[in-house]
Write a protein that binds this ligand. Structure first.
Ligand code: ZN
Length: 118
């Protein structure tokens, strides 16, 4: 992959990471905001609990994505970006552009998916 393309992918990953971290901080802030007292209606209380569960699930997913983006940036720094984790081959630039955090080439990805299904 050319230097220019790698620079573009790095910028994309850094922007994504900043967005994820920004959203996460905002969510934590909202969740730790002082409680405005006991809610009299049990339905209100239930819906609030659902919101909190949803926020926690979202953060779990974000955390995983943040880790993936950070790993991708580390691979860029180490000069190992774009190499398949499984077979060591090159991942196609088209695939990397579509999914910059990927660690598998398309063949290994298909194989992994087939194993998961089996
Ligand atoms: Zn591979």
């Amino acid at each position: 992959m050319r230097k220019q393309e790698l620079a573009r992918i790095r910028a994309k990953l850094e922007a994504q990471l900043a967005g994820l971290l920004g959203e996460g901080a905002e969510m934590v802030h909202r969740m730790s905001a002082p409680d405005d007292g006991e809610l009299p209606d049990p339905n209100d209380r239930a819906s609030r609990e659902t919101d909190t569960n949803r926020a926690l699930r979202l953060r779990d997913r974000d955390r995983k994505l943040i880790a993936k983006v950070e790993e991708a940036l580390a691979r860029l720094d180490a000069g190992r970006y774009g190499l398949c984790e499984s077979c060591g081959g090159r991942i196609s630039p088209a695939r990397l552009k579509a999914r910059p955090v990927t660690t598998l080439c398309i063949d290994c990805k298909r194989e992994a998916e087939q194993r998961e299904r089996a």
